[in-house]
Design a binder for this molecule. Sequence first.
Ligand code: SF4
Ligand code: SF4
Length: 109
Amino acid sequence: MGNITAVTRGGVVYEPSFVVGINQLDCISCGRCYKVCPRQVLELVDRTAEMMRSRDEDDDDDDDWEDDEEDSDATMMAIINAMDCIGCEACARVCPKKCFVNQPLPMGS
Ligand code: SF4
Ligand code: SF4
């Protein structure tokens, strides 16, 4: 069975690239992906205590995106509605930390 395909207005067939993962350890909770997602696939959730510890050990400068956005260590972005994703990759394009994993998927997956 082939991958899921879509068609442009001009009739060109292409393979959407669906969100299949988020590197939550690197997420700075900036919310950019949430704002651009047209399908409400994503949501900020609380970090687990274990995740907070891992992040402390990582000790990366987690706010190197210099702007006025409030970034938070207490939350991380999560996929809460994967089956509504249309594979537009807007989330991956705006993420300053390259957290997203997107890929074409087979029909019926
Ligand atoms: S690929 Fe598009 S629809 Fe899917 S989660 Fe990212 S922004 Fe939302
Ligand atoms: S854009 Fe990237 S860093 Fe910002 S909340 Fe989404 S996953 Fe996290």
